[in-house]
Design a protein around this ligand. Structure first.
Ligand code: CA
Length: 233
């Protein structure tokens, strides 16, 4: 099972940056660096990362303050954040977690530990980035082989429908607006019409219809779309 995420590393010590960067790239991640909070915010404005690895002790705005800033705006409200701390900084770890960090890792850490922490947080917070096979009500999707089956029969789906289906299957029972789906599935800062989402939803439903499973993908009036595990609603 592999994971491939865009990770922003906010760390002022270049030696540690280098070490982390090396481990992450070897694990298949894309790495972006920032040396302080201000630089990190600039990066995030341009490119929304999948995960933030944040050193708590930074010059200028410290890590805890940065978390508070990021959690206060919708763009980064749910961005997965892992703290990097010194073993002695227990009270800082607590403030960091209270400010909204998802996990922490104490220095010095092994590359293996780092990679498995990242995987665990992503599995919890961004399961569509983890290449596990997902199954819901007879639908099965394998991100590694790009195969979709319904009731054990192979189905052909286009690349966008595949990503959309993967996203819904890893986030069942939650309602997503068209705008949220555009951000999550089409990517950050895309300028396409909301209605594009409807077109791809319709294509997915057509495929599901063949298997009498179109009720899996529900329209929630005035809100958006939801994938439902239950037949009842
Ligand atoms: Ca530091």
């Amino acid at each position: 099972m592999s994971t491939s995420a865009r990770v922003l590393v906010v760390e002022d010590e270049l030696a540690i940056q280098e070490l982390i960067g090396h481990s992450l790239k070897r694990a298949g991640h894309t790495v972006i660096f920032a040396e302080d909070a201000e630089q990190a915010m600039k990066v995030i404005k341009d490119i929304l990362p999948d995960l933030l690895l944040l050193d708590l002790m930074l010059p200028g705005i410290n890590g805890v303050e940065l978390i508070r800033i990021l959690r206060g705006v919708s763009r980064t409200k749910i961005l997965p954040i892992i703290l990097l701390t010194a073993r002695s900084a227990e009270s800082d770890i607590v403030s960091g977690l209270e400010a909204g960090a998802d996990d922490y890792i104490t220095k010095p850490f092994s590359p293996r530990e780092l990679i498995s922490r990242i995987k665990a947080v992503l599995r919890r917070r961004a399961p569509e980035l983890v290449n596990d096979i997902v199954e819901i009500r007879g639908l099965s999707l394998d991100p590694t082989t790009h195969r979709v089956t319904i009731d054990d029969q192979n189905v052909e789906v286009g690349p966008t429908e595949f990503r959309l289906l993967h996203f819904f299957m890893t986030h069942p029972e939650r309602v997503y607006t068209r705008l949220q789906l555009l951000n999550e599935v089409w990517g950050d800062h895309v300028f396409i019409q909301d209605r594009t989402v409807d077109v791809h939803i319709r294509r997915l439903r057509k495929i599901l219809q063949v298997f009498h499973k179109e009720d899996i993908l529900q329209t929630v009036r005035g809100s958006g779309y939801r994938m439902s595990i239950n037949t009842s609603h």
